[in-house]
Design a protein around this ligand. Structure first.
Ligand SMILES: NC(=O)c1ccc[n+]([C@@H]2O[C@H](COP(=O)([O-])OP(=O)(O)OC[C@H]3O[C@@H](n4cnc5c(N)ncnc54)[C@H](O)[C@@H]3O)[C@@H](O)[C@H]2O)c1
Length: 453
């Protein structure tokens, strides 16, 4: 029988585990929270002044909780912490499988499975095991089977408590979530976890469901968000050939309260570590359960995203080749206010341009260039260099390609830029953020996604 949760362990000190547990510790001073990770360097960073994750507000929370009721420890000390824990969160990575059955689509659960084995080996008494990672539906079956191999005196309840935070706004999302989702079979275990959240989240925002609905809801939520981006991007392509304006269309569509105005901005496409892998996971599940039409429906969301990147990049290549073949790439992060470039549109677009033999000048104030350059194709015909400012990137180019909606690109002085680019340079705004009229007045030909040229 579960008892009130007073000691929490979280396995995985990444983008989700670290910030989430910091907020738990901050909002629940009566609960001891311990975060374990097998990556010793990451744990050392969490215990230092230079945290491994940047999120506005995170450092302040860690400063006031670390050593009080928030602890970051390595794997070796994790066994004792797991033995004492009332609840253990699994918050490790669930990437797309790279080999074996389902490679390229299914989620790789090997990290989750190794956590379950660790818990089975070390937990004592009654322990609630909580899936915080995004899992395929029915993953809890696998976890339960592994837990059953543990010592017979230990009893487990498995809950699904997926995380909905978005990078860049993680602390705000954790402190004021739209909803918290807890799925489980044991009413007592669900209540014990709900009581933890109720320290700061209104009870009405805590949704409880069955285990399988909770697992599937997270995949469905990300699939709906990705689908919205692909839907407006599909509309952007027809706007461009009909002289409709995608921002105007989005405003009208979003004014319907059944649709709502958020997440309707046309762009080069979505990126980030979650959407693509989670939609693929859903596609794989549909295929696994022999639902090919449902699989094809969701896969089209991903195909649309790829097509959007490619079709816009072709325009840039065409423009650059009609000039000196040099392109300024403004923005490498997958969205503004983060240095994260996992699955960023900049990766595929830059590689496509490099394969076309172009010379790229890359600029992003926050992305670590040495890391980004590792994802660029080494054998492509083109070449690339790093620029230290947007203006430096635009010196002497025949095309400017905006890939991230950083605020600094919204206020570029196009009149001044026109003096340093090639005479007939084109601007390609993949985020539809610049003042098109001002850029045209400065003499540029301008492509802005979802608008006729
Ligand atoms: N990043 C996001 O914005 C976000 C949002 C919601 C949900 N999620 C989901 O949350 C999960 C975690 O994502 P993340 O971005 O925090 O991943 P991450 O890669 O940043 O962190 C995962 C951490 O788990 C550690 N780890 C892996 N296996 C371990 C083991 N057996 N023992 C100890 N430590 C282990 C790794 O060393 C790593 O530090 C994923 O399932 C992801 O889909 C992510």
């Amino acid at each position: 029988m579960p008892h009130p949760i007073k000691k929490i362990v979280c396995i995985g000190a990444g983008y989700v585990g670290g910030p989430t547990m910091a907020v738990f510790a901050d909002r629940c001073p009566d609960i001891q929270v311990t975060v374990v990770d097998m990556n010793a360097a990451r744990i050392a960073a969490w215990n230092s002044n230079s945290l491994p994750v940047y999120e506005p507000g995170l450092a302040e929370i860690v400063q006031r909780t670390r050593g009080r009721n928030l602890h970051f420890i390595g794997q070796a000390e994790g066994a004792k912490a797991a033995a004492e824990a009332d609840a253990v969160f699994i918050s490790v990575n669930t990437p797309t499988k790279t080999h074996g059955e389902g490679a390229g689509r299914a989620s790789d659960l090997s990290y989750v499975e190794s956590c379950a084995r660790f818990i089975a080996q070390h937990a004592q008494g009654h322990t609630i095991v909580i899936e915080k990672s995004t899992m395929p539906v029915r993953a809890a079956d696998t976890i339960k089977k592994i837990l059953a191999t543990g010592n017979s005196g230990t009893k487990f309840d498995v809950l699904s408590n997926p995380e909905f935070l978005a990078e860049g706004t993680a602390i705000r999302d954790l402190e004021k979530p739209d909803r918290v989702l807890i799925g489980g079979e044991s009413t007592e275990a669900v209540r014990a976890l709900a009581d933890v959240y109720a320290h700061w989240v209104p009870r009405a925002a805590i949704i409880t469901t069955g285990l399988w609905s909770a697992e599937l809801s997270k995949l469905a939520a990300n699939a709906f968000l990705a689908q919205r981006v692909s839907s407006i991007n599909a509309i952007s392509s027809i706007c461009e050939v009909t002289e409709a304006d995608v921002d105007e269309v989005a405003q009208v569509v979003g004014a319907d309260s059944r649709v709502g105005p958020k997440f309707l901005k046309a762009s080069i496409g979505f990126g980030g570590s979650c959407f693509k892998k989670d939609v693929y996971s859903l596609v794989y599940l549909c295929e696994h359960y022999r639902l090919p039409e449902a699989a094809a429906y969701w896969e089209q969301v991903l195909k649309m995203n790829e097509w959007q990147k490619q079709r816009i990049t072709y325009k840039v290549i065409e423009q650059a080749k009609s000039g000196n073949g040099t392109v300024a790439v403004l923005g490498l992060a997958f969205k503004k206010n983060t240095n994260d470039f996992r699955e960023s549109p900049a990766i595929d677009t830059c590689n496509q341009m490099l394969q076309a033999g172009l010379k790229l000048k890359l600029y992003d104030a926050k992305v670590y260039f040495a890391e980004f350059s590792k994802v660029l194709l080494p054998s492509a015909n083109g070449s690339y260099t790093q620029a230290m400012s947007a203006v430096e990137a635009m010196q002497g180019v025949s095309a400017v390609f905006i890939l991230t909606e950083w605020d600094e690109f919204k206020t570029i002085d196009w009149k001044a830029v026109a003096k340093v680019t090639q005479p007939k340079a084109g601007i390609f705004d993949g985020r539809a953020i610049i003042d098109v009229a001002a850029a045209k007045a400065a003499g540029f030909s301008v492509y802005s996604v979802g608008k006729a040229r």
